[in-house]
Design a protein around this ligand. Structure first.
Ligand code: HEC
Length: 130
């Protein structure tokens, strides 16, 4: 019985850490998006690139299908592949955007930004049942 409770408390701790890192990384993604938008609005490419870096770093938490599944509600676990693919497409749009910004192709970069927003929304739609 003691072992059982010990196991439970470890699970609870792990659960807490997982959700902590989720909200920290999501806050970081949100900050990154803010920088990107500010960079577009105030004409500052470095701010855009810093924002992209921040989002890319936070997105590392979804490094495989299992790590995406961890944060899905029980009844949505079957959609873990779609959730994982949304984080992969997020990465692709982020690096595409980075290239465009570096090449000063800002209109194309803003189109890639739509892809970034779409990727965030794709995963949130699953998680939130939108
Ligand atoms: C692979 C899945 C996934 C992707 C991709 C994703 N998120 Fe999230 N996000 C979640 C989960 C899971 C939650 C927590 C559940 C909820 O808020 O409904 C969340 C919540 C959030 C929250 C609210 C956090 C809170 O503390 O309430 C913000 C802000 C957020 N995400 C920003 C973003 C941004 C910005 C992007 C894209 C750049 C993004 N997310 C991409 C899974 C994802």
């Amino acid at each position: 019985m003691k072992k059982f409770f010990f196991g439970l408390s470890i699970l609870a701790t792990l659960g807490l850490q997982a959700s902590d890192s989720l909200s920290l990384n999501m806050a970081s993604m949100r900050d990154g998006m803010q920088s990107v938008q500010d960079g577009f609005l105030y004409n500052n490419k470095t701010t855009i690139l810093d924002g992209l870096k921040k989002i890319t770093k936070a997105n590392e938490m979804f490094h495989n299908e299992a790590s995406a599944a961890e944060f899905l509600p029980k009844e949505k676990k079957t959609l873990s592949k779609v959730a994982y693919l949304s984080s992969k497409s997020l990465n692709i749009y982020l690096s595409e955007m980075e290239e465009y910004v570096k090449e000063n192709r800002i209109i194309e970069a803003s189109s890639s930004f739509s892809g970034v927003v779409h990727s965030c929304t794709r995963c949130h739609a699953i998680v939130r049942g939108w």
